[in-house]
Ligand binder design. Structure first.
Ligand code: ACO
Length: 324
């Protein structure tokens, strides 16, 4: 039978590292507060690289590591909440720079659920026969959207990118086991960035974008309730019990949220790798960075069953269960 195979993973983060202590020099916060509330120790922050630069670097690594040629790609998706521009899409910039002349390219806007949304869209385009080889990347430069005076958001986020190459190919056992996406637009004000205001004047003045704003407590409550539901809905769709899932790759927003989800699902915390200490919350990039790290470290092996689950702005949730 034909099904989806994750051929390659890669990730790329900017060189500059900002420690919690660096933040306590510019705002009223402390390493102790940040670590105890979130699990974050440091984050990588862009020094001029934009979202498409990080995505392009990840795309180059994916091609180098796999031996694929850019012209082999039929589809490039970039999941991001911090695109370079309204248009062109970040994915189109990446397609042009990679010279992937046969690929169609567009962005996915589902904030931190974006990578799972992207995998789901790619998988559907592949199973329909429209696409055979796809590159799906999550890339963010959130530091350009942050109000660096606002300690309630500034300490949480980081920049980075990660991605996968997917191929629709002959497999012995099914690999795409379940997927569940959900959108909660009634909570759209709980997390926002880059709002525009048209104003009533004519001709209109160009206005700037608003910085990142979040109701942290509400998003925390949302995540700890909705992520377990999303994982349970996907596992029941796939006919698997939670015990049959080897690794849960959750969006890295807060180590406390991940621990709470593990508890609610009654699953051992060892099945939930956490790397937020090094990167902070990199939104759509957090799951592909984590996936790549786990594969590089040998924590995920071929044949393992993975549940990737994200939540974020929209608000949105998304889970996909795959055999690696
Ligand atoms: N340093 C020191 N003190 C701080 C800081 C800071 N950086 N930020 C807030 N505080 C203070 C607050 O002012 C408050 O003080 P007060 O009690 O005197 O009023 C106190 O710390 C507690 O604040 P809370 O907001 O209650 O802290 P909480 O324990 O809820 O942690 C946090 C806040 C980390 C934001 C948590 O609510 C959270 O993780 N929420 C989920 C956020 C999330 O997952 N976001 C990502 C969504 S994904 C996406 O789409 C991008």
């Amino acid at each position: 039978m034909e099904d989806l195979r994750i051929v390659q993973t890669a990730s790329w983060v900017p060189n500059q590292i900002v420690e919690n202590d660096d933040l306590s020099k510019i705002m009223d916060t402390s390493d102790e507060w940040i670590q105890s509330r979130t699990g974050i120790k440091r984050r990588h922050i862009s020094t001029g690289e934009n979202t498409a630069d990080l995505a392009f670097k990840t795309g180059q690594l994916l091609l180098e590591k796999s031996g694929w040629q850019a012209r082999d790609l039929d589809l490039i998706l970039v999941a991001t909440m911090s695109p370079d521009a309204y248009t062109p899409s970040t994915a189109a910039i990446v397609q042009g720079r990679l010279q992937a002349e046969n690929a169609i390219a567009f962005d996915i806007s589902a904030a931190c659920s974006g990578f799972v949304y992207g995998l789901t869209i790619a998988s559907r385009m592949m199973s329909s026969g429209m696409v055979k080889r796809a590159m799906v990347i999550g890339s963010e430069v959130l530091s350009k959207l942050i109000d660096w005076q606002d300690r309630t958001t500034a300490v949480l986020f980081g920049d980075g990118a990660g991605g996968v190459l997917l191929e629709q190919t002959l497999v012995e056992t099914p690999t795409l086991l379940g997927t569940h996406l959900k959108t909660f637009g009634e909570f759209s004000d709980e997390l926002s960035a880059g709002n525009t205001t048209p104003g009533c004047d004519f001709p209109k003045q160009l206005t700037g974008l608003t910085p990142f704003k979040m109701n942290g407590r509400e998003v925390y409550r949302f995540a700890t309730h909705e992520v377990p539901k999303s994982i349970l809905a996907t596992s029941s769709q796939s006919g698997l019990t939670l015990d049959q899932i080897d690794v849960f790759l959750l969006h890295q927003a807060n180590a406390r949220i991940i621990k709470q989800v593990a508890k609610r699902l009654d699953q051992p915390l060892e099945k939930f790798p956490i790397n937020i200490a090094e990167y902070g919350n990199t939104s759509a990039a957090s799951e592909p960075i984590l996936l790549d790290e786990c594969i590089e470290k040998g924590m995920i092996k071929r044949g393992d069953i993975l549940a990737l689950s994200g939540f974020g702005g929209g608000l949105t949730t998304g889970t996909i269960i795959l055999r690696y």
